[in-house]
Design a protein. Structure first.
Length: 442
């Protein structure tokens, strides 16, 4: 994939370094500017020659989007709370500034309040003076510099936090304490991979119109911590960053794209087939197992959505996540074809939850169904909460082929361990499938 990268020289060089370090399979086309307004001419000129365009931040993306229509997939690295938190820490330790009174641009007030809470400062005792959003004004950079300068020299603030390198350079030349909220290596890799997935989806939608997408939505609840602003706060942020790296590694192994939304949740976009194989037909979700064992985490809620597009799969993942939140333990739910499966628990939690082997042996003896087949069906029923199911659903999730599944269920029905409670309503031609209930525990 030929990737046009739009940004100032230092940002483009950083993105180039990440691409080379992580062996991301793209051909980089640098589209460097000195002033963000130059991005418009660069995109107009080079868009026809690249497969996708990657903006180093929201400012050039927002500016260009007003005037140019995308002919290829576009993506940008959004501002996030962790970048703000690190900028505040840098201002305190490197610039030796009092960060209780700051001026800022590029970031929302809410993002700063969350960052202050993250590093252990009382957000109610800080002063934040934000510049107005005037991206399309010809004097926008001059306006931002004047905003920061006036706030600092009048004593209203003690330092500046900016997301724009032009602003940082000018303020530092004037001797004003300034911290730049830098984009992280992880964010660059994540969003480039998201763009690669978008590009791949575009190509595959032409060649494989019936392809399935899986979206995995991770929401982590951390153990309550009451920190103070100190070196230990940096260590805490580093531990949380390690968790992000674990999730990124999991996504990378799937060849998936990953993003983090404004609520701090992780969204992983994968092909349906790839994740189904990796999770052993949704029975063993590695990242759920790994995260649930960390002492920093109280519990992990996972929503898995399967659909024909990113949008429909994400919608299903949101629905599945709501079910996981209700359980309030580490678990996953899946929504596929309007059917909810779950809870799927971490593998380590199942060791004390396994159904009595003696009971399954009794059922095997009485029904003539092999113990292995009974274990497969019992695992599916327990993990996916399938009180009622069709033979087709059991076959698809368990991996037992449809003909054998029907034979097994017939034997279990004859022995009294399965009952038919209804039939599917169908709009297509063909015999409606049975809806059954399994009575292993009775």
């Amino acid at each position: 994939m030929k990737l046009g990268v739009v940004g100032p020289e230092n940002s483009v060089e950083l993105i180039k370094t990440v691409i080379e370090k992580d062996w991301i399979p793209v051909e980089l086309v640098p589209l460097q500017y000195n002033a963000y307004t130059e991005a418009l001419e660069l995109v107009e000129k080079y868009q026809p020659d690249v497969d996708a365009i990657f903006f180093s931040g929201p400012l050039p993306f927002q500016y260009v989007s007003r005037y140019v229509h995308p002919l290829v997939p576009w993506e940008y690295i959004p501002n996030n709370m962790l970048s703000v938190a690190y900028a505040l820490i840098k201002a305190a330790f490197v610039e030796k500034a009092d960060i209780s009174k700051i001026s800022t641009d590029s970031f929302t007030r809410q993002m700063f309040l969350e960052a202050y809470r993250e590093i252990g400062l009382d957000a109610d005792k800080v002063t934040i003076r934000s510049a107005a959003d005037r991206v399309f004004a010809d004097d926008y950079i001059d306006y931002l510099v004047e905003h920061h300068r006036n706030c600092y020299k009048s004593g209203l603030t003690h330092c500046c936090v900016t997301g724009i390198c032009e602003v940082e350079q000018r303020l530092k030349r004037e001797g004003i304490p300034t911290a730049m909220a830098q984009i992280s290596h992880e964010s660059i890799a994540l969003y480039i991979n998201k763009l690669r997935l978008t590009y791949s989806e575009h190509l595959q939608s032409i060649n494989e119109p019936n392809r399935q997408i899986t979206v995995i939505l991770l929401d982590i609840s951390y153990v309550e911590e009451h920190t103070i602003f100190s070196q230990s706060t940096v260590a805490l942020l580093q531990r949380k960053n390690k968790i992000s790296e674990m999730i990124y590694t999991f996504a990378q192994a799937l060849g998936a794209a990953i993003v983090q939304d404004n609520e701090g949740r992780f969204l992983i976009f994968s092909s349906g087939e790839r994740f189904e194989i990796d999770s052993d037909r949704y029975r063993h979700i590695r990242i759920l197992d790994q995260l649930s064992q960390l002492d920093l985490i109280d519990h992990v809620s996972v929503g898995i959505g399967v659909g024909e597009s990113n949008q429909s799969a994400k919608f299903n993942a949101e629905s599945a996540l709501r079910n996981a939140h209700r359980v309030k333990i580490s678990c996953a739910f899946m929504v596929r074809e309007k059917t909810i499966y779950g809870p799927i628990t971490p593998f380590s939690h199942r060791r004390t939850q396994n159904f009595s082997q003696q009971r399954l042996l009794e059922i095997s003896t009485q029904s003539g169904v092999s113990l292995r087949s009974l274990e497969q069906i019992e695992t599916v029923v327990r993990q996916y909460g399938m009180e009622y199911a069709t033979p087709a659903q059991l076959s698809k999730i368990s991996g037992i082929n449809p003909r054998n599944m029907n034979r097994i269920l017939n034997k279990l029905e004859d022995a009294g361990y399965v009952s038919v409670v209804g039939k599917e309503s169908r709009v297509s031609l063909g015999r409606p499938g049975r809806i059954i209930k399994i009575h292993f525990a009775e």
